[in-house]
Design a protein around this ligand. Structure first.
Ligand code: NOJ
Ligand code: CA
Length: 721
């Protein structure tokens, strides 16, 4: 690890562009320039290989409640000093896309002083080969110790009407299909999307607002990705487009009173990130978001591990069965006694008998865990008006024998995964959290899926505001104390915090597979998520749907899964997550055991990853080597157009022959009419081989690549050139 510092103390505190400061990335391709304009406003620009990525853009804040002092924290600055340095380290994540991550950047810290008043603010820039991170620091200072942000004024000025892959600015949900359009079309299309897809009831609507990570492509072929890293004690960042000038203005999630951050010095903001390359694969390979987070704060991480799981879940999502135990009442009941006299509705999913079937199947096929939703009392009124006290997270329904199931699972080598639906009442959750976690540990549960469906309590707070951002992190920190792994749904989208708290093994925070049962996802959805949502951290997307006609499960549900069966297999490789679910029903997998074999085999923790082919919205092909083993797995996920994918094997050990098993679409596969058409072919491959493989729209393929040993039957198997 190296850190070299140089300090320039500027003798005169001069305003104006004359004092432009330049910073270059280690490879020299990125060039950042910082200056103050005539008003003393901080301005930055970013170039990549001589092309402008970010045109001159301002930085700073508008403050609230500052009288008699000025509310402007964006002008009248002078530069007090500039520190530059270089940093280079390699670190090992507890789990991840690769065993070792290099964190290499040049940095510059510009210390600013505002006159009059003397407020101090430092802007930190880190320039990596793959992009830029910058953030604001407010050192401890006597005359500026508490402040309230009215708005962050950071800009990202684009150089043209780029193509963007975006979802609308909604402070409460990210569960949208992505729209691919020119920036200039956002205003018109956003309203259409919000009307079509609906938006969370509490949320104001930002007409030209979009969420991050935002992926763009310029007409010159530059890929630009805007996001944030280390979102801690601060509201989530939105980008509001000034579509006359193609400038994105920061827009922070407001609190219930409309304020955008209560701050106490010393403090920092999250990092704002710009990942940039002329090769889309570099966006997927970028580790900027993780690198800008602090090292792991959990000392003993031996209890944190990747998990492959099944769940009593899809049957509720498709409405074959219910989370609730009874239809008798719709008011808040927290007493078990209320249920003892209630009539079971006959559709409850989390019954002891049903759960045991899942445990049997998961155990037989080598899974780690089984999730059960709807096991605890309260689901009769979980979205009700009085929801402050809906769930207590410790009382099972009368037909769920928790100790019996726990012991049965343990005898079969299966861990039970806890479910905590908070119904958005974070107040209630915090009230019960410690008891709920203790209850989990007493019963052998080491991981929890949590959820925040519905309007947030305290009322008026948004899912992505500062208050809730603090709540989600508090929950993860408390969980770590109990050695519990967390997978939070409907929480704020991740910003790389899993580096610091690797017990945060998953998040949803995007439109997951569940929407395939609520009308379907865009066919190319899983070729965009890698460039957007996954930039911040892994997603519990819950792949593995084999029955695409939901009416087969529930005649009243006419939704269709917009994917082929082979596409579903590819996702285990192309959508990185240490937490992977086989989301469909055991009886369905039972009909396709040959294809299911890939889900059983695929690794969930990786030594290295190779990004073979990528174009947002069109295709993503990735090959990965399992951690602690010699097997490789590859996946290619395809978008709207039929295509031939080319998978090279140059990354394989040159001296070794491997058996490649390819699970793919066929010429007959059609995600609407014939999604279950797939074929399984075997080849002998070496590092010199290349696979050319047809992919249907919304299709793809998955490959397991295993070194050939004396015991491998190779007779009659074709060698791939
Ligand atoms: C929404 C989650 O995304 C889903 O997975 C869960 O089953 C329901 N909420 C109920 O908690
Ligand atoms: Ca959800």
């Amino acid at each position: 690890m190296k850190r070299i510092f140089a300090t320039t103390v500027l003798s005169a505190l001069v305003m104006g562009t004359a004092l432009a400061q330049e910073l270059r990335s280690p490879d020299g391709n990125l060039r950042l320039e910082f200056s103050l304009d005539g008003e003393g406003t901080p301005i930055y620009t970013l170039q990549y290989k001589g092309q402008t990525v970010i045109a001159p853009s301002m930085m700073g804040f508008e403050l609230a409640r500052t009288r008699p002092e000025s509310s402007s924290l964006h002008d009248r600055f002078t530069v007090a000093s500039v520190d530059t340095g270089t940093f280079d380290e390699t670190w090992e994540p507890v789990w991840g896309e690769e065993r070792q991550i290099r964190n290499h950047y040049n940095e510059m810290a510009v210390s600013l002083r505002q006159d009059p008043g003397g407020r101090e603010m430092v802007i930190h820039f880190r320039l990596f080969d793959d992009g830029l991170g910058f953030r604001y620091e407010f050192p401890a200072q006597r005359r500026f110790s508490y402040f309230v942000i009215q708005e962050e004024l950071t800009q990202f000025a684009m150089t043209g009407d780029h193509t963007a892959f975006w979802i609308p600015g909604d402070y409460d949900t990210q569960e949208y299909d992505y729209t691919t359009s020119r920036l200039s079309e956002i205003r018109y299309l956003s309203e259409k999307e919000i009307t079509k897809q609906g938006h969370a009831s509490q949320s104001p609507f930002l007409p030209t607002g979009v969420q991050t990570a935002l992926q763009m492509k310029t007409d010159e072929g530059l890929y630009i990705n805007l996001h944030e890293a280390a979102l801690v004690d601060f509201p989530c960042l939105y980008l509001e487009l000034d579509d006359q000038n193609m400038v994105f203005n920061a827009n922070l999630t407001p609190d219930a009173l409309g304020f955008k951050g209560f701050m106490q010095t010393p403090c920092t903001t999250p990092w704002r990130t710009v990942i940039v390359s002329d090769d889309a694969r570099d966006i997927l390979a970028s580790r900027i978001t993780l690198n800008l987070n602090e090292p792991c704060k959990i000392e003993d991480t031996s209890w944190i591990h990747p998990i492959k799981y099944m769940g009593v879940w899809w049957e509720m999502i498709t409405e074959m069965s219910s989370w609730a135990y009874t239809d008798d009442f719709r008011s808040v009941r927290l007493e078990l006694a209320d249920y003892e006299t209630a009539t079971p509705n006959g559709r409850h999913g989390a019954t002891t008998e049903n759960v045991k079937k899942y445990i049997d199947f998961a155990s037989e096929h080598g899974f780690d865990a089984v999730l059960v939703e709807g096991w605890n009392i309260g689901w009769e009124d979980w979205t009700g008006h009085t929801k402050d006290y809906v769930f207590d997270f410790v009382t099972p329904y009368p037909d769920f024998d928790l100790p019996g199931i726990r012991d049965y699972a343990a005898s079969k080598g299966i861990e039970m995964m806890m479910h905590h639906e908070t119904s958005g009442s974070s107040r209630n959750y915090e009230r019960h959290l410690d008891a709920a976690y203790r209850f989990m540990k007493e019963n052998g549960y080491n991981s929890v899926k949590s959820g925040y469906v519905g309007d947030i309590l305290p009322r008026g707070e948004h899912h992505y505001g500062q208050w809730m951002v603090n709540h989600y992190l508090y929950v993860v920190q408390e969980a770590a104390k109990h050695q519990i792994m967390v997978n939070a749904h409907e929480a704020v989208r991740p910003t790389g915090l899993c580096r610091t708290y690797p017990n945060l093994i998953g998040n949803e925070s995007a439109r997951g597979s569940e929407f395939q049962a609520f009308g379907g996802n865009n066919p190319n959805h899983t070729t965009i998520l890698q460039f957007t949502r996954l930039i911040g951290g892994p997603m519990d997307y819950t792949p593995g749907l084999f029955e695409m006609d939901i009416s087969k499960y529930n005649p009243r549900n006419t939704s269709k899964v917009n994917a082929t069966l082979a596409n579903q297999l590819s996702l285990y490789v192309t959508m990185y997550s240490p937490l992977q679910m086989a989301a469909d029903l055991p009886q369905t997998y039972g009909k396709f055991l040959d294809a299911f074999q890939f889900i059983k085999d695929v690794a969930i923790d990786w030594e290295v990853s190779r990004y073979v082919e990528a174009e947002p919205g069109e295709y993503v092909t990735i090959a990965r080597k399992e951690k602690g083993g010699d097997r490789w797995f590859a996946g290619s996920t395809n978008g709207n157009e039929p295509r031939q994918s080319v998978l090279d094997f140059s990354y394989l050990d040159p001296g070794t022959t491997y058996l490649a098993t390819v699970y793919s679409d066929t010429p007959e596969t059609d995600y609407r009419e014939n999604p279950q058409s797939y074929e399984i072919k075997r080849y002998l491959v070496t590092s010199a081989s290349t696979l050319k493989q047809y992919c249907a729209p919304a299709g793809g393929y998955a490959v397991s690549i295993v070194p050939v040993t004396e015991d491998t039957p190779t007779k009659g198997i074709k060698r791939l050139k």
